[in-house]
Design a protein. Structure first.
Length: 62
């Protein structure tokens, strides 16, 4: 199961966070709003339910 971990203001920030988490070996899903395709729209980052502690540790490193 996946849980929402971050709300981000745009697709550019989401791609940066996604790459950072992926570099640490964490699977992520970037979820755009329904019906839009612009990188300026807000995004959500979802992580596996059992890996939220790993995502928090990655964020604490920064």
């Amino acid at each position: 199961m996946w849980v929402k971990f971050l709300d981000l203001p745009d697709g550019y920030a989401a791609s940066i966070w996604s790459e950072l988490f992926s570099a640490q070996g964490l699977s992520v899903r970037v979820v755009p709003p329904i019906g839009t395709g612009s990188m300026r729209d807000a995004r959500e980052i979802w992580v596996p339910d059992g890996k939220t502690h790993v995502a928090r540790e990655v964020m604490n490193k920064i």
